[in-house]
Design a protein. Structure first.
Length: 91
């Protein structure tokens, strides 16, 4: 961060930078003023709070991965995509 009035003393500069970092972190914790962004922010907050309450008491077994989040199966056919199209085109 660059300020024209940044203190030259190393201790004062460190305190100034830490205070600026705390102010920016506090500003980032505030909800946005735009209605659409505010709605998304509220949805994320409710999702986080529901995940926090749904945590199991013992962490021995991992939670199963939903099918929508699993990686798609690898393509088995040779020459897929753009390079495959070029191979088929130029034979």
């Amino acid at each position: 961060m660059y300020y024209k009035t940044l203190p030259q003393d190393s201790v004062l500069r460190r305190h100034f930078e830490s205070a600026a970092a705390m102010q920016s972190a506090a500003w980032l914790q505030q909800p946005p003023s735009d209605s659409v962004l505010r709605r998304h922010f509220d949805q994320l907050q409710s999702l986080r709070s529901s995940q926090d309450t749904a945590l199991p008491s013992d962490h021995s077994a991992p939670a199963p991965i939903p099918p929508a989040l699993k990686a798609p199966p690898a393509q088995t056919d040779e020459g897929g995509g753009f390079l495959g199209w070029l191979r088929k085109l130029f034979g």
